[in-house]
Design a protein around this ligand. Sequence first.
Ligand code: FMN
Length: 203
Amino acid sequence: MRLKLEEADKRGEVSLEETIERRKSRRSFQRTRLTKKQLSQLIWSAEKAPSAGATYPLELYVVLGEECVDDIDAGVYHRSAREYSELEMHKESDLREALAIACLSQMFIADAPVSFVIAAEYERTTGRYGDRGIRYVHIEVGHVSQNIYLQCEALGLATVAVGAFYDDEVARVLSLPKEHKPIYVMPVGVGGRYYRGLFKRNL
Ligand SMILES: Cc1cc2nc3c(=O)[nH]c(=O)nc-3n(C[C@H](O)[C@H](O)[C@H](O)COP(=O)(O)O)c2cc1C
């Protein structure tokens, strides 16, 4: 199943400086659904990151819960490499809780309506740059993550970059192809007041 994304807005309501100033990691999410427009905007921001030698090693997976985004069924979606404006259904069912458990039981991930899982196919970059390509891939994920952080801030949404997870478990839960290695997980949603899970010091 394919899902057409909406055109992203190129003018926001807050300045870049405000988003940089206000950005912080937020780990509490309300059970409020996101709009397809917000989801499209976030995916657009993730795509707008630089890539070493334009090798584009990253693959974006989107984990959606039941009734979490307008008119979109629960499941794991993959941003198609052929058609950037579309998402392809990769796996059915609401896997947020299993994803949260694979992330060292950081259960706030299960509350967020949407989680982005950024995976990499290293070979695309190491094929050109050798071992140095590994460094480039990791730098690139940071660029994508920062764009998502800032776009969330501009939309008034909450997110946090999660690097603590069992790689094999995340890959198994999402049934990732073996060459797609998960590097970062970013739960996104309307921020809530309360927080559950690990990392309490960063409330
Ligand atoms: C590489 C990396 C991995 C991270 N992993 C986690 C994580 O697994 N869980 C979490 O709650 N926060 C995680 N964070 C978020 C940091 O805890 C957070 O950025 C830091 O406490 C600073 O707070 P701020 O983002 O609000 O400025 C991670 C951040 C980075 C850069």
